[in-house]
Design a protein. Structure first.
Length: 134
């Protein structure tokens, strides 16, 4: 076999390895009940849950509790099925967290609490039409 053939086979093998490893990390959005089922099955995969922050009747966000040292915080999140879950994030509150329309948390369950390693925010668009009050 020529050296160029061997080199080509090695490159193809590396490419296949990269594709297989990145496909294994891909996940879809689930609800908290599905996330709990995944965690109960013993899977160590990172889980993506999409939802909104809990609000009261006046549309004010409730349930955000910063830690005393302000280096972590807890909040209440509602998933797509309106199920509540306390979420702990071991970093300070992100900028514009309270303004977000949707929140995606990436993490896993531990002792009936969802531990978020990462929080992704969908903030309102500055290009949306707003109603003008006269």
């Amino acid at each position: 076999m020529k050296k160029s053939h061997i080199f080509g086979i090695v490159i193809i093998a590396i490419a296949i390895g990269v594709i297989v490893s990145t496909a294994g990390n891909a996940s879809s959005y689930v609800t908290f009940s599905e996330a709990r089922s995944i965690a109960d099955s013993g899977s160590k995969a990172k889980i993506h849950v999409v939802g909104t922050l809990k609000k009261n009747d006046q549309s004010e966000i409730i349930g955000i509790e910063p830690s005393p040292d302000m280096l972590s915080f807890k909040f209440i999140m509602l998933d797509e099925n309106r199920n509540e879950q306390v979420v702990l994030h071991a970093n300070p509150i992100p900028q514009d967290f309270e303004k977000s329309e949707q929140v995606v948390v990436v993490g896993s369950y531990h002792n009936d609490m969802f531990i978020a390693d990462k929080i992704l925010l969908k903030c309102p668009s500055k290009y949306q039409e707003e109603e003008i009050k006269i």
